[in-house]
Design a protein. Sequence first.
Length: 131
Amino acid sequence: MELTIQISAAVIAIAVIVLLCFLVWTFRTLTETLKETKQTIVQIRTEVTQMSMDVKEAVHNTNLITRDVRLKLSSLDGLFNSFNDIGNVLQSFTGAAKECAASSAKESGILVSIYDGILSAIRIWNKVKKI
């Protein structure tokens, strides 16, 4: 019976040694994995910091471009207003021309309106050319 106890104790001792070897191997692997994870986190932090600076710069540039586009569009407002005025004058002119053609009598009021429309169109055209 003593031999059985000694063999059992030896088997238990070998099992404990094997278990400890696997635990040591597992902890070493875990330690290496944690080191790699730490390095990855440090790299990610630096990359995120760089990316955030790039994003801030891109947003700043986008804001500058937006302001520039708004300024240029607002400078075109006068041109579009002039085109609107030209359209109104031409509409008045064609309306007056229709009235003139429709009426058989030549009234001086219609001719004055046509003359005023032509002068207004010429003034607006000169303004547009200056822009």
